[in-house]
Ligand binder design. Sequence first.
Ligand code: GAL
Length: 487
Amino acid sequence: MKTIQSHILSGALFAVATNALKNGLALTPQLGWNTWNSFGCDLNETVILDTAERIISLGFKDLGYEYVIIDDCWSAGRNESGYHIADATKFPNGIAHVAGKVHDLGLKIGIYSSAGTMTCGRFEGSLHYEKQDAELWASWGIDYLKYDNCYNEGEEGTPKISFDRYNAMGKALNATGRQILYAICNWGVDGPWNFAPTIANSWRTSGDLANVWDRDDVNCPCAEMEGLDCKLPGWKCSILNVLNKAAYYPSKAYPGAWNDLDMLQVGNGGLTDDEAVAHFSLWAAVKSPLLMTNVMTKIDAKTLSILQNPAVLAVSQDPLGSTPSRRWRYFVDDSGKYGHGEIQLHTGPLSGGDQLVLLLNAASKPREMNATLVDIFWLNGAEGTADQVQQSWDVYDLWGNRMSDEAAEAIIKASSSSSSANRTAGYNLEAMGGSKKVYSQTPSASSKMLMGSKVGTVRPSGTVKVHVPAHGVAMLRLRAKNQKDEL
Ligand code: GAL
């Protein structure tokens, strides 16, 4: 029989082993901004620093966005000692200088490379240079690595081969002693949701996300991940296509290890307001990293009020870190094709015993949608037996308190002012004790900022009924009625 002491001892040993494997980062999905979708290879020091300043002055940092990530096209090869050098035209003062400036603003900085001999833009990659590159980035003050999959010399085809190639960089990053968030970008090849959770903080689940809600696309043929017969990652995949692939493995994610459905396309044109709201809601709900890619100096009011919805961000950053599951999916238009004319229910637990309900209407007409408590709590017990089904629930619409266009315009106007004193405060989460701290607690029912607005109550064994726009979502938070209103 084990003594109490030996229990404590084995617990301590376990904790040490766990820490050696994981870096303690991304306990909630990472929030930030990346250069790629808007700037491609036209990036430079000015782009990074102007964006970082806007992230502060527009109030994004107050909401928890913290990583500013330099994507592809920053490298100018290696020097004689084999060290990466930054493109001196784009970064005349070097990347360590940019990192210092970003840190001075209270933000963190990320960089990009490929687990291949070249990046996808055909710049220098890091395969076989993992240790040297990780050490250099740590010396520059880098806090985040996005690690791509181009030109990998054929080192893929089984999960083990991919694992080994990506593990080499994970180990090298850990060995630097600097906390560097490790984001794998291998587009879902070899099923990273199976091999990456123990070595990385996130892994891309499919090919690049296009700035489009839904389309038939020969470049992205795998609409489904049923079985593993869909080996192609695809590229320029629509929002629905990427969502429908990721819906098959929510349970693989956990705090510190997330499914990455690719960067946000909110604010890049191409989506209606309802589609952009749905895209942001879905990505937040399924616990994808939320990396903005819009041009911050040209942000418009609607984009700001989507990316700055604290009630939705509180779901993304929920301390429980649970990824909801898709309960059902029906085709309501007559196209009969995957990704077109369908409706879905995604649901799962939030902290404090709350429940997330996300109803997606991907069809071309607005509709009334229903979700029964039996479906909403389907994972808590055999059909209809969950205790939660026998309770009453208050229903909160997480978009019910969206910032007005006028308020967003005022923030945008003030952010371009040279004087920080002129800044109009947006959602003042910092005043409430800092965004991370705010999100780490179950929101009080009276916090409109974090709860949205109450839209009704569901009785025991009842049904949530809600109007959902075409190509849109309803994103709801259910709170048990017998709970005290003020937590
Ligand atoms: C792709 C990657 C993109 C972007 C691009 C840069 O492979 O998925 O997000 O990083 O490479 O070349």
